[in-house]
Design a protein around this ligand. Structure first.
Ligand SMILES: NC(=O)c1ccc[n+]([C@@H]2O[C@H](COP(=O)([O-])OP(=O)(O)OC[C@H]3O[C@@H](n4cnc5c(N)ncnc54)[C@H](OP(=O)(O)O)[C@@H]3O)[C@@H](O)[C@H]2O)c1
Length: 275
């Protein structure tokens, strides 16, 4: 990633958990210069605390924050996106790139609420972005060109990996990789609990579980091998792993995970319409 700060002006509206993770990473990596960054939150006291921590302008005034910005990153909840767009629409033009990370919000929803031809990129990151290990799906709206997707890709590559998908798959990205860290933490916690059950100290059990999951994922990413083949390589005939796998099959781990992603994907399509 570039170490030279971009001379573009960035406004992060809704610097909460996810917006805050992205903003901290951009500042830490020098992707944007602090003097070119503005951010907003809802509560004044949070704005003051964040401004002090990050050394950038943080307020509750969305329209003011967006004035003169080249890139607007929308990090508010899906149900708030419409209200925020109403506030900032007069400041947006075809020269402003709008990147929205809100689940469930189609690019067309944003395009209908801003002036003609504003380029919009929809993005779905996840929280491991906090340690540079994020996974983000992005897609282009009707007026976003290759250069806009490239700008968004650079911003999400700075916190992990990025994949461009069709917009029709964005809810699926939400159900799999945006919600996915929660599923992984439950599996990891359960493995650590199991370690405690078979006599390991909790800190050792947690380390074994976490490094094992990280290692297994790294092998898939680095070799490109099918997970089933890699699983077979661990499973010695009449060994102990096959006994563990039989328990997983009996407990329906696979179908449970599949159903979790299917449920989260369908829920991802509903959020926008709730108040
Ligand atoms: N968390 C994830 O893992 C994840 C992953 C992918 C996508 N997302 C998406 O990211 C978005 C934010 O999620 P989050 O988990 O980061 O939620 P969050 O921590 O609640 O952040 C939302 C932020 O929006 C601020 N806000 C609320 N109303 C506002 C307004 N009118 N103007 C400006 N700021 C306003 C809040 O301010 P206060 O702090 O003052 O309340 C808060 O800082 C959601 O749309 C979600 O779908 C989240």
């Amino acid at each position: 990633m570039a170490t030279k700060p971009s001379d573009k002006k960035l406004a992060v509206l809704g610097a909460g958990k996810l917006g805050g993770i992205l903003l901290r990473a951009y500042l830490k990596q020098g992707l944007f210069s602090p003097k070119h960054v503005t951010a907003t939150v809802k509560h004044g006291e949070k704005a003051a605390a964040l401004a002090k921590e990050l050394g950038v302008s943080v307020t509750t005034a969305n329209r003011k924050a967006v004035h003169g910005a080249d890139i607007v990153l929308l990090g508010v909840k899906p149900q708030v996106v419409g209200d925020v767009l109403k506030e900032i629409a007069p400041e947006l033009s075809e020269k402003t790139l709008v990147i929205c990370v809100a689940a469930s919000v189609p690019t067309s929803y944003i395009e209908q609420r801003v002036s003609a031809r504003v380029p919009v990129v929809r993005a779905m990151p996840n929280t491991p972005a906090a340690v540079g290990c994020g996974m983000t799906g992005i897609c282009a709206g009707a007026h976003a060109k290759a250069e806009h997707l490239e700008t968004a890709r650079r911003m999400f590559d700075a916190v992990g990996r990025t994949v461009v998908v069709d917009e029709k798959n964005m809810d699926a990205v939400t159900g799999l990789s945006a919600s996915g860290p929660a599923y992984a933490y439950i599996i990891l916690e359960s493995l650590a609990e199991a370690g405690v059950k078979v006599g390991l100290p909790r800190d050792v059990a947690t380390l074994l579980a976490a490094q094992t999951m990280k290692g297994a994922a790294s092998v898939v990413l680095e070799t490109g091998d099918h997970p089933a083949l890699l699983k077979d390589a661990v499973t010695t005939p009449a060994g102990c792993t096959i006994d563990g796998i039989m328990e997983l099959e009996e407990g329906k781990l696979r179908v449970t995970l599949i159903k979790a992603v299917v449920k989260a994907t369908s829920r991802a399509g509903e959020l926008l319409f709730e108040k």
